[in-house]
Design a protein around this ligand. Structure first.
Ligand SMILES: Cc1cc2nc3c(=O)[nH]c(=O)nc-3n(C[C@H](O)[C@H](O)[C@H](O)COP(=O)(O)OP(=O)(O)OC[C@H]3O[C@@H](n4cnc5c(N)ncnc54)[C@H](O)[C@@H]3O)c2cc1C
Length: 420
C-alpha cells in the first residue's frame, strides 16, 4: 500500500482493546498512533483475572435481579452498590434489569459464541507467531460449587453453550479433587470449560504493544484526549487536554470505563457504568501444600483464582461506586476469605499485590464495537465488561478489517455503538 493511501488512525486508550486494535491495524498497513492519558496497559487491563473465557455469557441472565437483591444483604456477596444518589446509575440498573431474560441471553450468545471461537484462535496464533512471553496456558478452567442446588441451576444453561460449539463438562467433587488436589471436601461439584486459557494480562498487553511498535505503531502515554475533531461527517483528528491537535482520517475510541463523554459530545448516548473489581495476588507460604495449579472460579462467590507465574491471583467483586480507585478493604478481603472455603489449607496469607480496576459495563452486557453512523470514520470499541481480555484480539481484528476493508469480518450488528 503506498504511504499516502494508508489510513492514518488515532486510537484513544491504551488498554487491551486499544493495543489489540493498534496491532491488527498496523499489521494490515495503517499508520497508527495510540494516545493514552496514563501509561499503556495500566487501566482495567492491568490486573484482571487473566482468564480467556470464550463463550462466557453476559451478566444479564434470567434470575439475576432477584439474586442481586438478595446479595445486597450478604457481606460476602460479590455485588456492592455504594449508597448514593446517582440518577445515571439508577437508569442503568433499570435498563440492566430489562435485559435479564432468556431471549436476551440467547441473542447475546448468538454473537458472543462465534466471537469466542474466533478470539481463541487469534490468541493461539498471536502467542505462537509473535512469541509473546505472557504465561499463556491453555488448560481450561473449573467453575466450582459448594451447593449442589447452585450447580444444578447453572447446569441448565449449558445446553445453550453446547449449541454454540462449546464442550462444558459437569464433574462431581471427587472427580474435581483428582484433577486439583487443592480443592476442599466442601466442593460438591463443578463444570470444566476446556476451551478456556489464562495469561498474565499485563504482560500480554505489554508484549503485544512491543510487537505493534515493531509494525510502526507510535505509543504516546501522558496524552489525554479532550475531544474528537470533525468537519461535518468527516473526522479529522483529536484535540488533547493540553490543546495539541493530532490529525488523523480515522479515530478509534477505546477508552474503557473512563470517557463516554467523548462519544456523548458527538450526540450519541453511551450509558457506560464503571464496575469496580479487585485483585489480590498471593504467594504460597513455605511448605504450603497443595497449592492451586488449575484456574478456577468460585461459583457462588464469582471469584476467579488464577495461577500465574509463582503466585495465585484472586480476582472478582462488582462494585458500583462511580469512577474512582478507592480500595475498600472488606471488598478486597472478601476475595481470599471466599477462597478459603473452597481451597484446602489456605488462610488469607500475605498479598504480593492488591489492586482495583474499572470494567466498562453497558446495560445489555454486550460491548459496543463499530462506527458511529453520522461519522463513518469514527469507531467505538468499549463496554467489554468482564470479557475485555477475552474479546481483545477479536475486537482488534474486527476494527482493523472494518477500517482497512470497509466491512467487519463477522456479523456484529447486535454490538452497534448507536444502539442506545
Ligand atoms: C477484577 C477484574 C477481573 C477481570 N477479569 C477478567 C478476565 O478474567 N477475563 C476477561 O476477559 N476480562 C476480565 N476483566 C475485564 C477486563 O479487564 C476489561 O474488560 C478490559 O480490561 C477492558 O479493556 P479496555 O482496553 O476497554 O479498558 P482499559 O484497560 O481500562 O483501558 C482504557 C484506557 O483508556 C485510557 N483513557 C481513557 N480516557 C482517555 C482519554 N480521554 N484520553 C486518553 N486515554 C484515555 C485509560 O487511561 C485506560 O488506560 C476483569 C476486570 C476486572 C476489574
Amino acid at each position: 500500500m503506498p504511504a499516502e493511501s494508508k489510513p492514518q488512525v488515532v486510537i484513544v486508550g491504551g488498554g487491551v482493546i486499544g493495543v489489540c486494535c493498534a496491532y491488527f491495524l498496523a499489521k494490515g498497513g495503517a499508520r497508527v498512533t495510540v494516545l493514552e492519558r496514563d501509561e499503556i496497559g495500566m487501566g482495567a487491563s492491568y490486573g484482571n483475572a487473566g482468564t480467556i473465557a470464550p463463550g462466557h455469557a453476559p451478566i444479564n441472565k434470567p434470575g439475576r435481579v432477584k439474586q442481586a437483591l438478595r446479595s445486597l444483604f450478604d457481606p460476602l456477596s460479590p455485588l456492592y452498590i455504594a449508597p448514593r444518589f446517582d440518577p445515571a446509575l439508577m437508569r442503568w440498573l433499570w435498563a440492566f434489569s430489562r435485559h435479564c431474560h432468556s431471549r436476551h441471553l440467547e441473542r447475546s450468545m448468538g454473537v458472543l459464541g462465534p466471537l469466542g471461537h474466533a478470539t481463541s484462535a487469534l490468541f493461539e496464533n498471536l502467542v505462537a507467531t509473535e512469541q509473546l512471553d505472557c504465561h499463556y496456558q491453555r488448560k481450561g478452567y473449573y467453575e466450582l460449587y459448594l451447593s449442589r442446588h447452585s450447580l444444578d441451576a447453572v447446569g441448565q444453561e449449558l445446553a445453550l453453550l453446547r449449541s454454540h460449539g462449546y464442550r462444558p463438562e459437569v464433574l462431581d467433587g471427587a472427580a474435581l479433587r483428582l484433577r486439583e488436589p487443592a480443592l476442599s471436601e466442601r466442593v460438591s461439584g463443578g463444570i470444566f470449560y476446556p476451551e478456556a486459557a489464562t495469561v498474565n494480562p499485563h504482560r500480554f498487553v505489554c508484549e503485544l504493544a512491543a510487537r505493534a511498535r515493531q509494525y510502526g505503531v507510535s505509543f504516546r502515554s501522558g496524552s489525554k484526549v479532550a475531544e474528537v475533531l470533525a468537519d461535518g461527517a468527516r473526522v479529522c483528528g483529536v484535540r488533547l487536554a493540553n490543546g495539541d491537535v493530532i490529525r488523523a482520517d480515522t479515530v478509534v475510541l477505546a477508552t474503557g470505563a473512563y470517557d463516554a463523554a467523548l462519544v456523548s459530545k458527538l450526540g450519541y448516548r453511551m450509558p457506560l457504568q464503571p464496575a469496580k473489581g479487585y485483585h489480590r495476588d498471593r504467594v504460597p507460604r513455605a511448605g504450603e501444600t497443595p497449592f492451586l495449579t488449575q484456574p478456577c472460579v468460585l461459583g457462588e462467590r464469582a471469584v476467579f483464582c488464577t495461577p500465574m507465574d509463582g503466585f495465585v491471583r484472586f480476582a472478582g467483586t462488582l462494585e458500583f461506586s462511580g469512577v474512582n480507585h478507592v480500595i475498600r478493604r472488606p471488598r478486597l478481603e472478601q476475595l481470599t476469605r471466599a477462597a478459603s472455603r473452597y481451597l484446602d489449607g489456605m488462610d488469607e496469607g500475605e498479598s504480593l499485590s492488591e489492586w482495583c480496576g474499572l470494567r466498562p459495563c453497558l446495560p445489555d452486557g454486550l460491548p459496543a464495537i463499530g462506527p458511529l453512523p453520522r461519522y463513518p470514520r469514527l469507531f467505538v470499541a468499549t463496554g467489554h465488561a468482564m470479557m475485555g481480555l477475552t474479546l481483545g484480539p477479536v475486537t482488534g481484528k474486527l476494527i482493523a478489517d472494518w477500517i482497512l476493508r470497509g466491512t467487519p469480518s463477522m456479523d456484529v450488528d447486535d454490538l452497534r455503538p448507536d444502539r442506545f
